[in-house]
Design a protein around this ligand. Structure first.
Ligand code: NAP
Length: 302
């Protein structure tokens, strides 16, 4: 289709390059090593070599549980560490909930390195803004971690554009990434400046929960009249025409936006990881893309 929106397969994040469908490890804790290995292998096979995790991810396994599982896979797979772009986050400490004081961020990063069984984090993100931490202090911690070689690059998650600019103003190196929630049912990033600041500063935007955390999947219908139901109806039409699942159509919608660097998928099924690459082949027109947005907003564009 000649007027389909382009969906490139690779993107840059700071000095690194990775597949734009990336693997999110939020739901990763508690799996046996061979199960975790199967997910990572499936991700790498579709070019998804960016792995996103966080100190706080762990579910029932508790704080650090997800990093530990990924670290065991890294330790058990010679050469794997050099194949992946490793992203982790610090700064959330339930029930405080946020602590980005310099010593806390540095200790958190060092604990992540130990759990991940590696000597460096490729991109270290501040998970959420700590409203009690000064930007000078956060920047100081990132500068120390980078100077010590513990992190190669830094970014943020769930920061507003003003918060990103304030932190950037205190750094003498560029932030490389921002990670907001962004999906066909969570479109705030398009209007709160998140997609604009990413393009302005050259930040790799990593969209979290691109399938609405599991609500935009085959068989889902949503409550009648709800945002989910409206969006699913439009995605189903696009999916049907492209002979893919609604999950793939949703991923394609996220990837088709020019600010999106990466879509962080969170399925724990190796088969679904493999199938997610079908999103790259979706032929989505400008009209399709805007129809999804109109469904999300519940109104036509002016
Ligand atoms: N920075 C932040 O604050 C933040 C917050 C949340 C998430 N994240 C990042 O974003 C990543 C992805 O988040 P997410 O897990 O919410 O992403 P998601 O891809 O939107 O949702 C994943 C959920 O969808 C389900 N699913 C996917 N495909 C399906 C299918 N075909 N049929 C049925 N169910 C399906 C999965 O279940 P199955 O496992 O059964 O397939 C899983 O429960 C996280 O791992 C994390 O890295 C970041």
């Amino acid at each position: 289709m000649k007027d389909a929106l382009p969906i490139a397969r690779r993107a840059d994040i700071g000095p690194f390059e990775a597949g734009r469908i990336a693997y999110g490890c939020w739901r990763f804790a508690g799996f046996a090593p061979h199960e975790a290995q199967a997910k990572i292998d499936a991700a790498l096979a579709i070019g998804a070599n960016l792995m996103d995790t966080a100190a706080v991810y762990g579910g029932t396994a508790g704080f650090g549980g997800a990093e530990k599982v990924l670290g065991d896979v890294i330790a058990g797979s010679p050469g794997l560490r050099d194949q992946i772009v490793l992203v982790t986050k610090g700064g959330i400490h339930p029930p405080i909930p946020y602590d980005s004081r310099a010593h806390t961020l540095i200790n958190s990063c060092e604990a992540s390195l130990a759990r991940l069984k590696t000597d460096r984090i490729d991109v270290f993100l501040i998970h959420r803004p700590d409203l009690l931490a000064s930007y000078d202090e956060v920047a100081g911690a990132l500068t120390t971690l980078r100077a010590d070689g513990k992190i190669r690059a830094a970014g943020v998650s769930n920061f507003s554009p003003a918060q990103i600019r304030a932190l950037q103003s205190k750094l003498d190196f560029p932030l490389v990434a921002t990670q907001p929630e962004f999906s066909p049912t969570c479109v705030g990033a398009l209007e709160d400046g998140s997609t604009d600041i990413a393009q302005e500063l050259g930040l790799a935007l990593m969209a979290w929960s691109p399938l609405g955390g599991g609500r935009l999947v085959p068989g889902a219908r949503g409550e009648p009249g709800s945002v989910d139901a409206r969006v699913l109806a439009v995605l189903e039409e696009i999916a049907h025409r492209n002979e893919v699942g609604v999950d793939h159509a949703a991923l394609a919608w996220v990837l088709a936006h020019p600010a999106t660097g990466f879509a962080l998928i969170g399925t724990q099924s190796p088969e679904r990881i493999t199938a997610s690459a079908r999103a790259y082949d979706v032929q989505m027109t400008r009209r399709d893309w805007y129809a999804v947005l109109e469904a999300a907003k519940g109104t036509s564009m002016p």
